[in-house]
Design a protein around this ligand. Structure first.
Ligand SMILES: Nc1ncnc2c1ncn2[C@@H]1O[C@H](COP(=O)(O)OP(=O)(O)OP(=O)(O)O)[C@@H](O)[C@H]1O
Ligand SMILES: [Mg+2]
Length: 280
């Protein structure tokens, strides 16, 4: 069986900022439709740069960006096609928010798609609810707290209902409740077929949430099932990542004979609880 065509893909992509050293060299990243992909790596490792290449904001020096298997052209038509499919939520919400109020900001994208007013209103209501910021709809964006601005910026992308939602450290600065709400929202989007790519430093979240991981280290980009890559000590060290809590627990359970060798460990406290119930 041939694997499905990735929805977006970077092929042998290299990139350097003007007059700067290479940030990414010969990087390949295929994002399969409907999957959840976590991008991890050290500060300055190139995550933001990679996400900007993947969403068309930057253009790779060599290599190519493919959408549904076809090379993206960086003219108006090509970029419009890309932007209606792929939405990026940038790392700093202040780089994203610009309208006077939260509701205006979130409505901007859907309005630009030329959607009827009712549809725009519906999408804004849904997106504000999903990010738990309905009460902030009429608040000026510049008066919001950092976490509130972060949620507003994510709501703006969610309201676009993209096929691929790319988020640069979306949970940074969110309180635990906000993180859980965001994960619930992402689960719903995924159930509806949305592909989600997220850069994060949170290995526990990546293991729990992602199907695939993409880990940037000085040796390049490694991709594969999240459970495998996030249990690779050498890779975690090279990327300056902590070992996920669940990986440590899985090893402990195996060493005590409570989990067979090769069996996946629990990824959450609830899974650990269920496993301990089973082994009595
Ligand atoms: N606009 C820019 N001009 C020049 N160099 C840049 C620019 N943006 C980023 N860089 C450099 O490119 C490299 C990769 O940065 P990038 O922001 O992609 O890393 P990152 O993995 O997202 O880091 P972080 O975890 O801190 O968000 C860094 O060395 C950074 O200094
Ligand atoms: Mg970054």
């Amino acid at each position: 069986m041939t694997p499905p065509t990735p929805v977006v893909e970077l092929v042998r992509a290299s990139f350097a900022y003007e007059d700067g050293p290479a940030v990414l060299t010969d990087v390949g990243l295929a994002v399969p439709e409907g999957r959840a992909v976590a991008l991890l790596g050290r500060n300055g490792g190139g995550k933001t740069t990679l996400l900007r290449l993947l969403s068309g904001g930057l253009r790779c020096g060599s290599g190519a960006l493919l959408l549904d298997g076809a090379e993206v052209t960086y003219d108006r038509k090509g970029l419009t096609r890309l932007r209606t499919s792929v939405q990026l939520v940038v790392q700093d919400p202040d780089d994203q928010l610009f309208a006077a109020s939260v509701a205006q900001d979130v409505s901007f994208g859907p309005m630009n798609l030329g959607l009827p007013e009712d549809e725009v209103r519906l999408r804004v209501t849904e997106a504000l609810e999903a990010l738990d910021i309905t009460a902030l709809a009429d608040r000026p964006t510049h008066l919001l707290s950092y976490g509130q601005r972060k949620r507003a910026a994510i709501a703006g992308a969610v309201a676009m209902r993209p096929r691929v939602l790319i988020m640069d450290e979306p949970t940074a600065g969110l309180d635990p409740h906000g993180q859980e709400r965001l994960l619930e929202t992402l689960e719903r989007l995924r159930a509806a077929g949305t592909t989600v790519v997220m850069a994060t430093h949170d290995v526990d979240l990546a293991l729990r949430w992602a199907d695939e991981a993409a880990v940037l280290s000085p040796a390049g980009l490694r991709t594969g099932p999240a459970a495998g890559l996030l249990a690779d000590d050498a890779l975690l060290d090279a990327a300056r990542l902590r070992r996920p809590w669940a990986v440590s627990v899985g090893r402990l359970l195996r060493s005590r004979g409570l989990l067979p060798e090769g069996a996946p460990g629990p990824r959450t406290a609830e899974e650990l609880d269920a496993l301990l119930d089973r082994v009595g």
